[in-house]
Ligand binder design. Sequence first.
Ligand code: SF4
Length: 694
Amino acid sequence: VDEIGVPERSVVTTCAYCGVGCSFEAQMRGDQLVRMVPWKEGKANRGHSCVKGRFAWGYANHGDRILNPMIRDSITDAWREVSWEEALEFAANGIKRAQAKHGKDSVGVITSSRCTNEETFLVQKLARAVMGTNNTDTCARVCHSPTGYGLKQTFGTSAGTQDFDSVEQVDCAVVIGANPTDGHPVFGSRLRKRLRQGAKLIVVDPRRIDLLETPHMGEGHHLPLRPGTNVAVLTAMAHVIVTEGLFDEAFIRERCDWDEWSDYAEFAADPAHSPEAVEELTGVPAEALRQAARTYAAAPNGAIYYGLGVTEHSQGSTTVIAIANLAMMTGNIGRPGVGVNPLRGQNNVQGSCDMGSFPHELPGYRHVSDDTARHGFEVEWGVTLDPEPGLRIPNMLDAAVAGDFKAIYIQGEDILQSDPDTHHVAAGLAAMECVIVHDLFLNETARYAHVFLPGSTFLEKDGTFTNAERRINPVRKVMAPKAGLADWEATQALANALGAGWSYTHPSEIMDEIARTTPAFAGVTYDLIDQMGSVQWPCNDAHPQGSPVMHEDGFVRGAGRFIRTAYVATEERTGPRFPLLLTTGRILSQYNVGAQTRRTENSVWHAEDRLEIHPHDAETRGIRDGDWVRLASRAGETSLRATITDRVSPGVVYTTFHHPDTQANVVTTDNSDWATNCPEYKVTAVQVGLSNGP
Ligand code: SF4
């Protein structure tokens, strides 16, 4: 008991920030939340938490929240508060008008990785079953869509293979393009504890992350690669494993397609892929790379953890495939302590992808052209579904600029701030006739909205989030929705304004529908989640208590698939005008663009984004620690203060992207992943010089 006193009641729920999915007791007095206490029974966090989940919930009561629906006056351009009925009718009429005039595919939706599984399921159902289009996409487009592609191609489904508990059995952890102690703090602490016990660590990252400073760890390897060369480094690791005979032949013969392995092994063994051949390209000393490959291959249990430093590249999908190749060739799949583990940035990235948010996939990662899968939904929903994939977010915007796409419903996503090429996003939104924004705050995208629907926080609704280990965690309402409707209720009301006739009375009914239609969720019920505290999919007849580890007896696709990973250089190049490479990341106390954390009073919140620059690069530019500098690229420029550090290599600069004043994304390019259009946020050629400040 602290000065706040004894709570009257507490409700167990799940943190709405990162993909660790920590469980908390929300302690209440009356209808006021007074304290969030990490829940000891929580399987993802076991009583631990970070500063965000524990303290950064004040935004739920912030005065910036919009609590009434609004319609923009077409003459004065001012917002006018209206009833839910009027706002929903306005929105529905906008969608109907667009479809009547321009066809059913002139409209679409964007789901949110911040919302619950049930809400996401309803939004994609709204598109497919009510609007009659596969034009549905998700904010995961700009973060983990390459994970969706790469793991589906190689393993057969898009999900982390392990539970977090597995980290206790890891002998060698490979961390690629991730900084777990900042980005996923509770998992980062568990990994650090394992390293302290003697596990080995390989970090593939342009920047020296904190994990490398862990005392007593077995061996530490840092491969400080030049941004954009992940594929070359990982293929060189494969080269060492193949040419030195360090692969697990028995595993490959038993679990993978041998012909594809033979083809891949021939490719990887090419001397052009040796560490020595790629040393100059990658900046990684050949001997360090060889040693790292040997360490990973020799470990009894080797696990790979990766983040957006893998996916947000023009070769993001190829990099995910390269990671899967390494895990399969060393037999590091299908048992505790090993695996391929994407660390998801947002609370429900895994869930929003599971729920069929992508335009080519129905819930459960089944392609829309899959007749059997489509038929199941057609029977459940009583409609005919389109077998052709719909539009991705960038394609919706292209179509809008071309005059073919007219209305969009965006739930919990600020595409103007978070998507690449801000001018193009603005042009696309401006060209639409009906933009429906459903959010907590008047975000940047809402500048182009015609109707605004007020959103609900995670404290104001029931539902589930799925964390990075496929764990379906309960989200439980601790207070009534401040705007009157939870997000799932607002989506249902919009669907009904379009004539759908939905009648869900509680999100558990939506989960029941997910279970009826999606084999990997067939056994999931709210009763089971309440009984077990949480459950990891697949959960069905074969795994009635869920599945901590995937691919135990075989890959979801059958034989694991090796795919060649040719390195293709990004189109972003350094040169005399832009001689440095910028890459980006997160810090512990902030979250994405800070919409929540900056609206929570607390003195620990990070005050500003800083530019990390190597002492050599700083000296040649006359920059001292703390100086204001101008960061400019071919796309734009911004100002921020410099931190001089040898955490970054010469030629590389680094910043975080949490503050709208800095807007690191204004300098990033419009390059994107070849398979998924995920933007290449992690490689930008820049120049840095002294400035007078913003
Ligand atoms: Fe929330 Fe992630 Fe922190 Fe856990 S580690 S409290 S899920 S932000």
